[in-house]
Design a protein around this ligand. Structure first.
Ligand SMILES: *[C@@H]1O[C@H](CO)[C@@H](O)[C@H](O)[C@H]1NC(C)=O
Ligand SMILES: *[C@@H]1O[C@H](CO)[C@@H](O)[C@H](O)[C@H]1NC(C)=O
Length: 493
C-alpha cells in the first residue's frame, strides 16, 4: 500500500516555502585536509567524535553482515547509520522499513525525517537503484550532510520511497559504474567544497576483535598498517569483466599459510577483482573457490543457505588465506576470513565467475587507500599500532608513500617445504550440512547492478519542501516521468 499513499501525496498541492536553507557552514577549516569517520559493524553505536580530527568511525560487528558509518543529514543534523559501500556510487537514506529483509533491524536505527530538516530541497528526479541483493526507489533531495566535523552543503542524496531487502541506507563511494557521473557524489562534493584535496579515502574495516575501524576522507592513518602501501592501478573499464568502472585491481595469485608456517601458493594468475565493502563474503572464480574449499576438508555445504560451514575452532588456528598482488601479499587470518554468524562459522568465499569480488572477508585484513583522482588503489596488511593521520594532497603523488608504523608478528618457521595450491582441484567438500542452519541471514547488498533512471530533473525546486501534511514530497506524479517508475510500481502492487 505504501506506493498508493505516495502516489496520493505526490499529487498533493505544494506547501508554502519556508525559510531558505542556511548558507555553507565550514566547520572544517584551514585545510587540515582529512576527515575521519568511524566505521561500525551494524548494529551501530553512537561513536565519540574527536572534533579536531574530523573523524568518523566504522563500528565493527563480530557477527555482523554489513559495515556501517554514522553520519548526519539535515539541519539540525539527524544521525543515521549507512551501509559503507565501495561497490556503488549513490548515497541514500532509508526511512522505509516495510520491505527490509529483517524489518526490525531496520526499525532499530534512527531514520531520517525530512519534515524536521530546514535544509532539505527536493528535486523532481527519482531513480530505482538495483543492487546485487535488493533495490531502492529513491527521490533525490539536496541536503546538508555532516561527516565527522565536516559539513557538506547542497549534496544530492536519495530518500528512499520504497526499498526491498536493504535495511539501511547506503553511503556510496565507488566511481560512477558507467564511467560518467550522473551528478556529483559525496566524494566529488567534498573535494569541490575544499574539505579534501583529492577524491581519495582510506578504509580500515579492522578485525572482528576490534570495536571500530575508520574511514578517512582525504587522509591515511599510518598507525593502521604494516610496511609500504603497494600502488595498484585501477583497471580501466575496458579491461573489467562487464566494462563497469569499479575498484578493480589485478590479483596475481592465491594461497594459504598453514598454522605451522607452511605456505601453499597457486601458479601465477591474472584475475580482475574489485574491492567491495558492501559484500559480506568474497566471491571468486570457481577454480579458486574449489581450491579453498578443498583446503578446508571439514567444510560442509548447506544446500539451504548455499554457504559452507566450518567448525568454529578452525577460526582460532593461526593460518591465513593469502591473496597476491603485484608487490603485495595480503594474508587474511582464518579468524577474519571465516564469517561468524548466529553461532555458525561460514567459509568467507562463494563461487563467482563473471565479476569476482573481494568483500569484507578480505577487507578486514587489508588497509586500502582508494584514490579516484589518480585511479589507483594502495594496499597494505592492516594492523593497529596507534593513530597517525597524514593528509592526502593533490596531484599524481597525492597519496603519501608513508610506511606503516606497525610491524608484522613473527611467523613460525615452516617445518617442510611449501607447495602449490592446485587450482585444478575438483575435490568435493567432505560432506553436506544436515542440521538447522542460521535463519534470516541478510548479507550485504553486494555491488550496484544497475539504475533505472527516470527523466526527472536534478535541479532543486522552488517549492522544494515537504508538504504541510508531512507525508511525502511535493513533486507532481507526472514529473517523476519515465515508464520505469510506473512499471516498477505496477510490479509492487
Ligand atoms: C531550493 O533551491 C532553489 C534553487 O537554489 C531555490 O530557489 C529555492 O528557494 C530552494 N527552495 C527551498 C524551499 O529551499
Ligand atoms: C525490487 O525487489 C523486490 C523484492 O525482491 C522485487 O519484487 C521487485 O521486482 C524489485 N524491483 C525492481 C524494479 O527490480
Amino acid at each position: 500500500m505504501i506506493p498508493l499513499i505516495l502516489l496520493a501525496s505526490l499529487l498533493a498541492a505544494p506547501a508554502a516555502v519556508s525559510a531558505a536553507p542556511p548558507g555553507p557552514e565550514r566547520l572544517f577549516t584551514r585545510g587540515e585536509g582529512f576527515i575521519r569517520a568511524p566505521v561500525n559493524t551494524i548494529p551501530a553505536k553512537i561513536p565519540s567524535l574527536r572534533p579536531r580530527q574530523n573523524e568518523v568511525l566504522i563500528e565493527n560487528q563480530r557477527t555482523g553482515t554489513r559495515y556501517g558509518v554514522d553520519i548526519a543529514i539535515g539541519t539540525p543534523p539527524q544521525k543515521v547509520t549507512l551501509i559503507l559501500d565501495t561497490g556503488s556510487p549513490d548515497t541514500w537514506v532509508n526511512p522505509t522499513c516495510q520491505f527490509a529483509n529483517v524489518p526490525s533491524d531496520c526499525r532499530a536505527f534512527p531514520r531520517y525525517d525530512y519534515t524536521k530538516s530546514s535544509s532539505v530541497n527536493v528535486t523532481r528526479a527519482s531513480d530505482i537503484l538495483l543492487y546485487g541483493i535488493g533495490n531502492s526507489t529513491i527521490q533525490y533531495v539536496y541536503e546538508t550532510v555532516t561527516i565527522g566535523s565536516a559539513t557538506i552543503t547542497g549534496q544530492l542524496i536519495g530518500v528512499s520511497l520504497e526499498s526491498h531487502e536493504i535495511p539501511l541506507g547506503i553511503l556510496g563511494l565507488s566511481p560512477p559504474i558507467r564511467g560518467v557521473n550522473e551528478y556529483p557524489y559525496i566524494l566529488d562534493t567534498m573535494q569541490a567544497q575544499g574539505l579534501i584535496k583529492s577524491r581519495a579515502f582510506s578504509m580500515d574495516l579492522r578485525t572482528v576483535d576490534s570495536e571500530e575501524g575508520a574511514l578517512i576522507f582525504g587522509g591515511i592513518d599510518t598507525g593502521k598498517y604494516i610496511g609500504t602501501l603497494a600502488k595498484l592501478p585501477m583497471l580501466p573499464p575496458a579491461q573489467t569483466p562487464r566494462g563497469a568502472d569499479r575498484y578493480y585491481v589485478t590479483m596475481t595469485g592465491v594461497g594459504l599459510t598453514y598454522p605451522d608456517g607452511r605456505i601453499e601458493r597457486s601458479q601465477d594468475i591474472n584475475v580482475p577483482v574489485f574491492l567491495d565493502s558492501g559484500g559480506t563474503l568474497s566471491q571468486l572464480p570457481t577454480p579458486i573457490f574449489n581450491a579453498f574449499v578443498a583446503s578446508f576438508p571439514d567444510a560442509e555445504y548447506d544446500p539451504r543457505s548455499g554457504f559452507y560451514f566450518l567448525p568454529c575452532e578452525i577460526a582460532d588456528l593461526a593460518g591465513s588465506v593469502d591473496f597476491y598482488f603485484a608487490g603485495k601479499t595480503i594474508r587474511v587470518p582464518f579468524k577474519e576470513f571465516i564469517w561468524h554468524v548466529q553461532g555458525f562459522c561460514v567459509l568467507g568465499v562463494q563461487p563467482e565467475d563473471v565479476e569476482p569480488v573481494l568483500g569484507d572477508t578480505f577487507l578486514r585484513a587489508a588497509y586500502v587507500v582508494f584514490d579516484q583522482d589518480n585511479r589507483n588503489l594502495h594496499l597494505a596488511q592492516a594492523a593497529n599500532c596507534g593513530t597517525n593521520l597524514v593528509a592526502i594532497g593533490s596531484g599524481s603523488d597525492a597519496v603519501p608513500s608513508a610506511t606503516g608504523r606497525c610491524t608484522a608478528a613473527p611467523r613460525p618457521t615452516p617445518a617442510g617445504a611449501g607447495s602449490n595450491l592446485d587450482l585444478s582441484a575438483t575435490r568435493a567438500p567432505a560432506g553436506t550440512f544436515t542440521g538447522a542452519g542460521p535463519t534470516g541471514l541478510g548479507v550485504g547488498p553486494g555491488p550496484a547492478a544497475s539504475r533505472i533512471s527516470t527523466s526527472g530533473k536534478l535541479e532543486p525546486t522552488e517549492t522544494g519542501k515537504p508538504n504541510a501534511a508531512g507525508r511525502a514530497f511535493t513533486p507532481e506524479l507526472g514529473v517523476l516521468g519515465g515508464m520505469a517508475v510506473v512499471n516498477a510500481m505496477a510490479m509492487v502492487f
